[in-house]
Design a protein around this ligand. Structure first.
Ligand code: FEO
Ligand code: CA
Ligand code: CA
Length: 721
């Protein structure tokens, strides 16, 4: 049956229109207007104390184990397990600073408002302007990428001011090797996913933001490209004055490429050619191409536009599955900037929701919105090469009951032709995943198929009313519905394992996966089953003691997808649920950590809300989380963090916590240096929540500031070993 409970559906709307979907979804298990952050904290700590008795044995086991020891019995440190770091105890929400294993240190490299250009204004929380913000590190850092910078490339770009073709070729031929080695100089890319006025401006009024505040927020979006260098104390230092420094913001010109370039529905009064758009917004996780460019993903772009109700029916049909606020937006940008007012120019909405490619080595490169990879709430863009060198890009659509996608280029990667590689993502086939139960139902593994989102006269997409490939790409979600893709529990980051080529997919949670067979919900403009399926098997992981009150998949899971014949261009695959997150000490969480029979004895850490992923050079999976604190009453009440887990061998599934962040923050973009001796991450919205007036980074003046940090072992051992 369709759930039309009036108590439920308004929350659904809030979720869809809520710009802060990642950290404050407003679900009943998470803080709401009627429940303070402290209240959740108290409940969570109480809950935590209750389960600590059973978890204490495991904590003692791991913490007392010498870092070098390799205990027997399928535990952390098993032969073949390269991860020997000491487990960081679960945070209880009271810690003032980031915690890492005892022999590790962290540093802040850059934080919101730090000047990036010589002469840029110093950060002043009482006087932030659009002009100053456009020259400073942006807000809420998310994706973090590291690119080795050779001296030869640096000198060439500095002397000419551009990436001339010969140097471009040199970058292309050396990047595949250098990306896995030590480099004293590097370029770093950090996304600035979104802003929150109340965290940025003293006295901010969400009902009445000023023009200056709105324009400052626009400039705090986008991403930064910066040069960093390692000093003799093994700290990374931002290089002021570098020729590579860039701030791409919410008002920077972007080129539209691929099938939708110049399409009538991409044309606006400001851009009658349909080829250039200002800004990329809500850049979440992303990835790197084999030729050393950046892929950044526009995720929750709907929140930036207002007055969708005024859009005519012909135009609305491409966005019913991803509708913007019907009237005024929560951000109210459209009060000051016409292009965010859909009653002024509805086509502007078609120009967001894409994967964006930019070359960090070319300071003059214009970011490109690659429309061939579809329009949805992209999160993650992980690349792999097929045996014939075609390029696959995996990307999730982070909303409840949305899909997992893969793009496969028609052309092939050529290490010696970097310039040609840079147009590979304009021509190819976009697929969406269907996860099938396989030969056995209920074993949390199965088979699957990549369904081509390709329009042909007479095929199912044609019969469903689409008249061209351009229409399919504009309404990617709707076309994926037609093909029978599998609705997932919020696909977040996706990463391809560098050792096994297996694809790991973070499904962060789904509070509306709460039905029984036959039950449906209206979500994102269509009716969908709210019952579990083989690949999203849990519908009640909130430990409220009432089996009739289903609470959805609160803690998320991680799927391992194995392409048939290990071919990234394959159209069929097998899959298994690698981790079902939660606290293994709480039976109601129904956790799974690969095939570890006794996760507590093995030293597994509680984890919830897996978000961003990265692999180390040995193929271990590193997971950062977003929302563990807000899963409080479900058994946590802990800080988000970073966790590491072997994916092969006897220790497969022994997931342990490596870093614990500060309350209110999420941890984003884990990324390694090429030599694996440093780990970067972004701390997003630290100390978020009005209950806290403490400030992080400690010592930062006036206000907490999202930041890029690096973690190293005191003797520069490889991270985690
Ligand atoms: Fe921006 Fe899906 O996290
Ligand atoms: Ca099965
Ligand atoms: Ca995310």
């Amino acid at each position: 049956m369709v759930n039309t409970d009036p108590e439920v559906e308004p929350r659904e709307e809030k979720w869809e229109d809520d710009g802060f979907v990642d950290n404050l979804p407003g679900t009943p298990e998470r803080p709401t207007a009627s429940e303070s952050f402290q209240s959740v904290l108290r409940r969570a700590i109480t809950r935590r104390t209750m389960v600590q008795g059973s978890a204490a044995t495991a904590a003692t086991f791991v913490l007392s184990r010498p870092a070098e020891a390799a205990p027997a019995g399928g535990n952390a440190g098993e032969p073949g397990d390269s991860l020997t770091f000491r487990t960081v105890p679960t945070g209880d929400g009271s810690e003032p600073d980031i915690r890492v294993p005892p022999n590790y240190r962290y540093q802040v490299i850059l934080k919101w408002g730090d000047p990036l250009f010589a002469g840029a204004p110093e950060f002043d929380v009482n006087n932030q302007t659009a002009a100053s913000q456009s020259q400073q590190f942006g807000f809420n850092a998310d994706l973090v990428l590291w690119y080795p910078l050779q001296r030869r490339v640096k000198l060439a770009v500095e002397s000419t001011g551009q990436l001339v073709p010969a140097v471009d070729r040199f970058v292309g031929s050396t990047y595949p090797i250098l990306k896995n080695l030590f480099s004293r100089r590097a370029l770093m890319v950090v996304n600035h996913e979104y802003t929150k006025g109340s965290d940025m401006f003293p006295g901010y009024s969400s009902s009445n933001p000023t023009r200056e505040q709105v324009e400052t927020e626009i400039e705090a979006h986008g991403f930064s490209v910066v040069e960093v260098a390692l000093d003799f104390s093994r700290k990374w230092n931002f290089q002021m004055g570098s020729a590579f420094t860039r701030r791409i913001t919410g008002s920077s010109p972007h080129e539209i490429t691929g099938p939708l370039r110049g399409d009538d529905r991409m044309k606006t009064s400001a851009d009658p050619t349909g080829t250039e758009v200002l800004g990329c917004l809500n850049n979440c996780a992303g990835g790197k191409t084999p030729w050393g460019t950046i892929l950044t993903c526009e995720e929750n772009f709907d929140q930036y536009f207002g007055n969708f109700d005024s859009v005519d029916q012909d135009t609305r049909r491409f966005s019913t599955r991803i509708a913007a606020p019907g009237g005024e937006s929560g951000r109210k940008w459209e009060r000051f900037v016409d292009r965010f007012d859909l009653s002024t120019d509805a086509n502007e909405y078609h120009r967001f929701g894409y994967i964006v490619e930019i070359d960090p080595y070319d300071p003059n490169d214009t970011p490109k919105k690659r429309t061939a990879l579809g329009r949805f709430k992209h999160e993650g863009a992980s690349s792999a090469l097929a045996p014939d060198n075609r390029v696959a890009i995996y990307s999730g659509d982070d909303a409840r009951f949305e899909y997992v996608y893969k793009f496969v280029s028609n052309g092939s990667y050529d290490r010696n032709n970097r310039a040609a590689n840079k147009s590979l993502l304009d021509d190819g086939v976009l697929y969406v995943a269907r996860f099938d139960a396989g030969s056995t139902v209920g074993d949390e593994m199965g088979t699957g198929e990549w369904l081509p989102l390709v329009w042909h006269a007479g095929n199912a997409l044609d019969q469903a009313g689409y008249t061209s490939q351009q229409e399919v790409l504009l309404d990617t979600r709707g076309a994926a519905d037609v093909l029978g893709a599998t609705p997932m529990d919020r696909p977040e980051d996706i990463e391809v394992n560098p050792v096994s080529n297996h694809v790991f997919i973070a499904l962060t949670n789904n509070s509306r996966r709460d039905g029984d067979p036959g039950d449906t919900r209206i979500v994102n403009g269509r009716e969908v089953s709210s019952a579990p399926n083989e690949a999203n098997p849990r519908n009640d992981t909130f430990d409220n003691g009432d089996p009739n009150d289903r609470t959805g998949n609160q803690h998320g899971h991680v799927i391992e997808l194995i392409e048939d014949n290990d071919d990234a261009a394959a159209t069929t695959f097998t899959w298994n649920i690698f981790v079902k997150c939660g606290d293994p000490a709480v039976p109601a969480h129904d956790t799974r950590f690969a095939d570890i029979a006794d996760p507590i004895a093995a030293g597994v850490s509680p984890i919830s809300d897996p978000d961003n992923l990265v692999h180390d050079e040995n193929g271990n999976l590193w997971i950062s989380t977003d929302g563990m604190f807000f899963s409080g009453s479900a058994g946590f009440g802990v800080n988000d963090g970073i966790f590491a887990v072997p994916v092969t061998g006897a220790a497969r599934g022994v997931l342990r916590q490596f870093l614990s962040s500060v309350p209110g923050s999420e941890v984003c973009g884990p990324e390694f240096t090429g030599d694996n001796r440093q780990l970067f991450c972004a701390i997003q919205h630290p100390r978020d929540g009005e209950a806290f007036d403490e400030i992080w980074p400690i010592g930062a003046a006036d206000v907490s500031r999202p930041a890029l940090i690096a973690v190293r072992e005191v003797f520069s051992r490889k991270i985690g070993t």
